[in-house]
Design a binder for this molecule. Structure first.
Ligand SMILES: Nc1nc2c(ncn2[C@@H]2O[C@H](COP(=O)(O)OP(=O)(O)OP(=O)(O)O)[C@@H](O)[C@H]2O)c(=O)[nH]1
Ligand SMILES: [Mg+2]
Length: 387
């Protein structure tokens, strides 16, 4: 039976690293390379710890602490210099242990622990990738109170429940999954608007540093510039794009390409921050209805801000800001998250957090046969995952 090993901590230089071995013979391999400090022969049983040294050809490789998470899962906690880690993995490889990527190892390990509880396996695999604390909580909750409980209850009551109700409830889970996705994977916000409205100034203001070039020449931003930050615990990527303008679209190759790229960014975003110049020029831009409609067609939530409050007449209502003076930005950020329904999101709600789950829920929103519904719910709970 194959034994696997991987570095399961960061690849960079760290104080401590963990090399894990998984497989029925994990203890046998550990015994071949480890000498305990107390000279007592270790049994490598679940829950035991040992201090000692890793040896190869009678040479000391490192001083380590070995922890046995299961009888078949041994964790060598060694020093974090990548050269030491490389050495230990090479020694294990030389003994016949198969060295695999950390992601693969995590999947094998979670399958080993949780098989056949597929949602728990996915939860263990996916939560290290979440981009916010709420995202981590959402994923962890799905294997206890969230999706798992929901699917179990649905399956238990499938014969008694109206299929219309099952379809409707599945749709609610999918809708909530879209909000959960923003917390798990982060939010993409595109800054758009006419040239010179202050998009780049606003991006720099949010980033707290000069990332994007600012000038009073129209069409300054050509290639998009992005900053990633955690604001109010939400992982957010702001993308500054070229100002949308018919003159630039009809201009040279680079300008027309940057116009296309800006539109593509809007298409891929979760939300649009429409930055208008609060002085008179912005109204001219609004008159180009085709441009305005173009943005609306992407069906994204839009928050419009009127910039340059410091010099504009402010003769209309709206969300006024001065990107130059960092004035009004906090309110914009707050409104943005409110628009996306992020505050008050209940992290215990049943939601999908993998493509597999989304695909199954999508089918449940359309399915009428009770037998097929039961099959889909069973798959959601206990489907075997391919490695
Ligand atoms: N008074 C004032 N000027 C501003 C403000 N925000 C931006 N500006 C000025 O407006 C001009 C254009 O700013 P940018 O940030 O480059 O505008 P942009 O929308 O990125 O322009 P493009 O990249 O050409 O689409 C610069 O001269 C800025 O200093 C503001 O809040 N108040
Ligand atoms: Mg710009």
């Amino acid at each position: 039976m194959t034994c696997y090993a991987a570095l399961t901590t960061s690849k960079s230089c760290t104080a401590i690293a963990a090399v894990e071995i998984l497989g029925a013979k994990a203890g046998n391999f550990a015994a071949k390379i480890f000498k305990p400090a107390n000279n007592k022969k270790p049994d490598f049983m679940q829950g035991s710890f040992y201090h000692g040294q890793i040896f190869s050809d009678e040479q000391i490789i490192d001083d380590v602490v070995i922890a046995c998470q299961g009888n078949d899962n041994i964790i060598i906690n060694c020093h974090g210099n990548p050269l030491i880690v490389k050495n230990i993995l090479a020694i294990l490889k030389g003994l016949g242990v198969k060295i695999i990527a950390p992601e693969k190892f995590l999947q094998l390990k979670s399958q080993n622990i949780y098989q056949p509880d597929t949602i728990a396996i996915e939860s263990l695999m996916m939560h290290p990738l979440a981009k916010s604390i709420d995202g981590i909580k959402i994923i962890m909750n799905q294997s206890s109170v969230g999706l798992k409980k929901w699917a179990q209850a649905m399956l238990y009551n499938v014969e008694k429940t109206d299929d219309v109700k099952i379809r409707h409830q599945s749709l609610i889970v999918l809708q909530n999954s879209r909000i959960a996705d923003l917390l798990i994977n982060g939010i993409k916000v595109v800054l758009t608007g006419p040239p010179n409205s202050g998009k780049s100034t606003l991006l720099n203001c949010i980033a707290g540093q000069s990332k994007s070039i600012v000038s009073d020449i129209e069409g300054t931003t050509r290639d998009w510039v992005s900053v990633q930050c955690i604001i109010k615990s939400y992982f957010t990527e702001f993308i500054d794009t070229a100002g949308i303008s018919p003159a630039l679209a009809a201009g040279g190759k680079i300008d027309s390409q940057s116009q296309q790229a800006a539109k593509q960014m809007i298409k891929n975003a979760h939300m649009v921050l429409l930055v208008l110049d609060g002085t008179s020029q912005s109204r001219q831009w609004f008159e180009h209805e085709s441009l305005w409609q173009g943005i609306l067609n992407y069906d994204k939530p839009i928050l419009t801000v009127l910039n340059k409050a410091d010099i504009a007449k402010k003769d209309s209502g709206g969300l006024w800001i001065s990107a130059l003076n960092n004035d009004g930005i906090d309110l914009v950020i707050e409104k943005m998250f409110e628009t996306l329904k992020l505050p008050d999101f209940d992290v215990t709600l049943p939601v999908c957090f993998t493509d597999r789950q989304i695909e199954l829920l999508g089918r449940l929103t359309k399915e009428k046969s009770k037998q097929t519904i039961a099959g889909l719910l069973n798959n959601l709970l206990n489907q075997e995952l391919s490695i």
